[in-house]
Design a protein around this ligand. Structure first.
Ligand code: PEP
Length: 252
């Protein structure tokens, strides 16, 4: 059965001490009463990863970086490679987030390299896709997301594709307080699952965890997660408060 996943994306928030405190608070609550069949992931800044790995029970909580370099190693000042991320004990890498595509010019070509390096290093990519508001208003969101997938993760073998997690995040819902309706989210995730079935077969599609992201919070998580194709969430703002993040985990 495919996994339910609730992954936090802390973005460029918290200093090291605040991050460790947040991780400890999530860890404590998950140990006490967190939904047992949900994979919990904390997507921290690079600087925090090792300390967060040390602060949590990694049998219960996975740690993610929010990016990795497009090259394996070498003269790329300021970059952090997938192998470096792996060496910290992290297990996941968030890739293709719309903020990275928009502010840092991440193209499909760059993302293909990052996905490949992430997989080569035994890490799980949480691969983001999703359309901007003008595309949604024009009604072409399905074509847009299909192209994003076809240019990147649909180039993988079925074996490699089956190792990744997909996160659909409509840009108009990220950090805006405007959540996609439960119907809009379910419709898109079912569409994505259908594309996966066409490309890799029904068995792979059935096993792929597909998450929704975009202003998911303790109030709307329950309704979103009740949909058959929504396998969890990628959570930005609400992952910065242990109480809210826990409430989302326990929405299952
Ligand atoms: C995100 O950036 O991945 C995200 C979903 O953010 P938020 O929950 O704040 O909309």
């Amino acid at each position: 059965m495919r996994k339910k996943v609730v992954a936090g994306n802390w973005k460029c928030n918290t200093n090291l001490q605040e991050g460790v405190e947040l991780a400890k608070a999530v860890n404590e609550a998950v140990a006490k009463d967190g939904a047992k069949d949900v994979v919990v992931v904390l997507g921290t800044p690079f600087t925090h990863i090792t300390s967060v790995v040390d602060a949590v029970d990694t049998n219960r909580i996975g740690v993610a970086s929010q990016n990795c370099a497009a090259e394996a190693k070498g003269a790329y000042t300021g970059e952090v490679s997938a192998a470096m991320v792996k060496s910290t004990g992290a297990e996941y890498v968030i890739l293709g987030h719309s903020e990275r595509r928009e502010y840092y010019g991440e193209t499909s070509e760059i993302l293909n390299k990052k996905v490949a390096l992430t997989l080569e290093n035994g890490l799980t990519p949480i691969y983001c896709c999703g359309e901007a508001l003008d595309i949604r208003e024009a009604g072409t969101q399905n074509d847009f997301v299909k192209t994003q997938l076809e240019e990147t993760v649909f180039n993988l073998s079925a074996e490699d594709f089956s190792k990744i997690i997909i996160a659909y995040e409509p840009i108009w819902a990220i950090g805006t307080g405007v959540t996609a309706s439960s119907e809009q989210a379910q419709e898109m995730l079912a569409f994505i699952r259908g594309l996966i079935a066409d490309k890799f077969g029904a068995a792979v599609a059935e096993e792929t965890s597909i998450l929704y992201g975009g202003s998911c919070n303790p109030k709307n998580a329950n309704e979103l997660f009740a949909n058959p194709d929504i396998d969890g969430g990628l959570i930005g703002g609400a992952s910065l408060k242990a109480e809210d993040f826990l409430a989302i985990i326990n929405a299952y």
